[in-house]
Design a protein around this ligand. Structure first.
Ligand code: GLU
Length: 316
C-alpha cells in the first residue's frame, strides 16, 4: 500500500479556461493549508479533456498563480520526483490502472451514448434521476443490443457499484458524512469512449502516485469524493484527507463559471490592482482578513489556521 506522506498538498487546475476569482481563492486556500502544515505543495495541470483544453491557458494559469505570490515545490515548470505533472503526459499510467480494474472485475464496457442515457431517464415511470445511469450495459444481452444500436462506437468503461460501496467522506470543513452509493445508478465512467481516462480515474491515480495527503478543492467536487474513495479502495491505495472549500458566488448568488473571465487576473491588473490587493480581496471574501487589506500569501500564512475556516460563513 502506498503511504501518502502526511500533508502533501496540491492544486490541480484544468486549462479549459483562465482562473477566475473563485479558482484563485481555492488555489490560495490549498496553498495556505499545505504551507500551514509545513507540507510540500504540488501543482498539477489537468488537461486530459483535450477537446476543452485551450492553447496557452496552462502557461497563463501558472503565470497568474506566480503573480499572486504562490509557489510550488513540484509542478509542470519545476519538475519533481513524481513527474510528469501534466495529465496528458500520464496516459500510460492511467491505462495501466484501467487494466487493473478490468482484471479485478470492477468494470464493464458501456456502449450507451449520452442520448441513450437521457432517453432512459426521461422514459415514463423511470425511477432515475437525470444524473443516474440506467444500468443498460450491466447486462451482457442488453449490452450487445446497445453495441449494435451504436455501430462503430468504442465502449466507455463503468465501475460496477455494489452494495458494499458504502463510503464515508470525512471532510475537514463539513465533518463526516456516510454516503450510500447504489448501483447501477452510480456506476460511473472511469474510461471514456474516446480512449482517454475520465477525471475520476486520472485524479485518483495522480493523487495516489503523487502521495497527496490532503486535497483542498472546490465544493463542486464534493459529490465526486465518494466515487474517488471507491477507486482508492479498489486499488489498495490510502485515500487523502479532503477539504471542500465553498465556491465564490457572483452577485446573483450563482457560482462563478470560467466564462466569468472578466473577473480574472488580467481584468484585475487592468484595474490597477496589485498582487497584495488581490490576495487581500480573496482572503477578505472568506473572512481571513478585514476588507481592503493588502497582503502577500506569506503574510496571510503567518496568521492562518484551518480552524479560521471551519464553521465560518465563506461567502463572496
Ligand atoms: N481539475 C479540476 C478542476 O479544475 C480539479 C480537480 C480536483 O481538484 O480534484 O475543476
Amino acid at each position: 500500500m502506498t503511504q501518502p506522506v502526511q500533508g502533501r498538498g496540491r492544486f490541480a487546475p484544468s486549462p479549459t479556461g483562465l482562473l477566475h476569482l473563485g479558482n484563485l481563492r481555492t488555489a490560495l486556500l490549498a496553498w495556505l493549508f499545505a504551507r500551514y502544515s509545513g507540507a510540500s505543495f504540488v501543482l498539477r495541470m489537468e488537461d486530459i479533456d483535450r477537446q476543452r483544453t485551450r492553447q496557452g491557458h496552462a502557461e497563463q494559469i501558472l503565470a497568474d498563480l506566480r503573480w499572486l505570490g504562490l509557489d510550488w515545490d513540484e509542478g509542470p515548470d519545476v519538475g519533481g520526483p513524481f513527474a510528469p505533472y501534466v495529465q496528458s503526459e500520464r496516459t500510460a499510467l492511467y491505462a495501466e490502472h484501467l487494466e487493473r480494474l478490468i482484471a479485478a472485475g470492477d468494470l464493464y464496457p458501456c456502449y450507451c451514448s449520452r442520448t441513450d442515457i437521457a432517453e432512459a431517464a426521461s422514459a415514463p415511470h423511470s425511477p432515475l434521476s437525470a444524473a443516474g445511469y440506467p444500468g443498460t450495459c450491466r447486462d451482457p444481452e442488453r449490452r450487445e443490443r446497445q453495441k449494435q444500436r451504436n455501430p462503430g462506437r468504442e465502449p466507455s468503461y463503468r465501475f460496477r457499484i455494489t452494495e458494499q460501496h458504502v463510503t464515508s467522506t470525512d471532510d475537514r470543513l463539513r465533518g463526516a458524512t456516510a454516503v450510500h452509493l447504489t448501483g447501477p445508478k452510480d456506476d460511473f465512467v472511469v474510461w471514456r469512449a474516446d480512449g482517454t481516462a475520465a477525471y475520476q480515474l486520472a485524479v485518483v491515480v495522480d493523487d495516489a502516485m503523487m502521495q497527496v495527503g490532503e486535497v483542498v478543492r472546490g465544493a463542486d467536487l464534493y459529490e465526486s469524493t465518494p466515487l474517488q474513495l471507491v477507486l482508492f479502495r479498489s486499488f489498495g491505495y490510502r485515500a487523502p484527507r479532503y477539504v471542500h472549500v465553498p465556491l465564490w458566488q457572483n452577485t446573483e448568488g450563482k457560482r462563478l463559471s470560467k466564462r466569468d473571465g472578466s473577473a480574472g487576473i488580467a481584468a484585475l491588473q487592468s484595474e490597477g490592482l496589485t498582487p497584495a490587493g488581490v490576495v487581500g480581496m480573496l482572503a477578505a471574501s472568506c473572512g481571513l482578513v478585514e476588507d481592503k487589506t493588502e497582503c502577500s500569501p506569506r503574510e496571510l500564512l503567518a496568521a492562518f489556521s484551518p480552524e479560521l475556516l471551519i464553521g465560518a460563513q465563506v461567502g463572496a
